[in-house]
Design a protein around this ligand. Structure first.
Ligand code: AMP
Ligand code: MG
Length: 339
């Protein structure tokens, strides 16, 4: 039997909290993507997260907490570092910023994949926060099979892992639609490990100092988490293009007409660009006017829809590398890496 999709209500929250307390893992909405949550002190439930996602144990989980004091219970930091964390929490939390810090002994090695550091964030979604208030800290990676596109609505979760979990709490579509920014505060210089809605510039403005911007180090080694060359991938072959009108779409192969989708950044682009053989493809767009936040909000949803429409290939336009466009680029490049 598949997971029950619960409407957002107090009764649903109670059901989900009871399930978590009895050792189940459940899917919950956040403002970034849907998460697959377990109570952090329950090693059996934590292992179940990896099992449901078919995620390697070397890829650590993010812990979600309600407030700064719950964060401080999980980490060891100097007074100096506390100052920086305090300012960032004040500026961006609750919100899509994850802090990587030295862990306390009490944090399970299953969460951190044996590392001495733990990733923690304060999610903004009101439903997730209400669950946290009752359950205490939750470990929650994205609620999708390892390596697949991230889920940005309850239906995505239901379609991919719905047969493995009891509940999906429906909190609507995720407002941001991309995973949180991960900021490593354990080194001499703070560094972005994963780009997201909170950019390096925004962090620098708050701290008044330079940080190490995101460097797309790629690795096929899952022990370099967050840097996997291939991730977030649809099943359908994905090709990327920039502005280039000279992209040629193959439309025939082995005596068979190919079914191709072209995904433009905006309606304007879709209506003005001419790709060679474009008339043989089906055209979609990610936003009305190219607004990067709108594109981020729609990207995983559109790719999942197209992935279920039996196209032979999806050609997707990539945005400029500014603001959240850096994160969109990162996800698309990884999504296309296996093809
Ligand atoms: P998600 O699948 O969105 O929960 O993201 C989890 C990601 O957070 C991992 O794949 C890592 O990239 C990153 N992460 C979590 N904990 C750590 C850690 N202790 N050290 C390095 N990266 C981490
Ligand atoms: Mg994920």
């Amino acid at each position: 039997m598949g997971a029950e999709i619960l409407p957002s209500s107090g009764v649903s929250i109670q059901l989900v909290v009871d399930a978590l307390r009895s050792g189940e893992v459940v899917a919950l909405p956040t403002e970034t993507v849907y998460g697959l949550a377990a109570i952090i002190s329950d090693d059996v439930a934590l292992r179940r997260i990896f099992e449901v996602k078919a995620r390697p144990f070397v890829d650590p989980l993010i812990v979600h907490v309600l407030d700064l004091s719950s964060l401080l219970n999980l980490v060891q930091i100097s007074d100096d570092l506390f100052n920086g964390v305090y300012r960032l929490v004040d500026a961006f939390c609750p919100g899509p910023l994850t802090f990587l810090l030295k862990k306390r002994k009490s944090v399970s090695d299953i969460i951190t994949a044996g590392k001495k550091t733990v990733a923690v964030r304060l999610p903004a979604h009101t439903i997730f926060r209400e669950v946290l208030r009752q359950s205490g800290p939750l470990a929650a990676p994205s609620a999708n099979p390892f390596g697949y596109l991230s889920p940005t609505c309850a239906a995505h979760v239901s379609a991919s892992i719905g047969d493995k979990i009891p509940y999906i709490l429906d909190g609507g579509t995720c407002t941001i639609g991309l995973e949180s920014t991960i900021l490593d505060l354990t080194g001499k210089h703070f560094a972005i490990l994963r780009p997201g809605a909170i950019t390096a510039e925004m962090i620098e403005d708050v701290l008044g100092k330079k940080i190490v911007p995101y460097r797309p180090l790629v690795s096929a080694d899952p022990s370099a988490p967050g840097m996997l060359k291939q991730h977030y991938s649809p099943r359908t072959r994905l090709r990327l293009f920039e502005q280039s009108p000279e992209v040629e779409i193959p439309h025939f192969q082995e005596n068979r007409a190919l079914k191709t989708a072209i995904l433009y950044l905006s309606r304007e682009e879709a209506q003005s660009r001419k790709i060679i053989n474009e008339e043989k493809a089906t055209v979609f767009w990610l936003s009305e006017n190219g607004n990067l936040n709108e594109i981020a909000h729609n990207i995983f949803d559109l790719l999942q829809r197209l992935d279920n429409m039996n196209f032979d290939a999806i050609y997707c336009q990539i945005p400029q590398k500014i603001d959240i466009g850096i994160a969109i680029n990162d996800r698309l490049i990884r999504a296309a890496a296996k093809f």
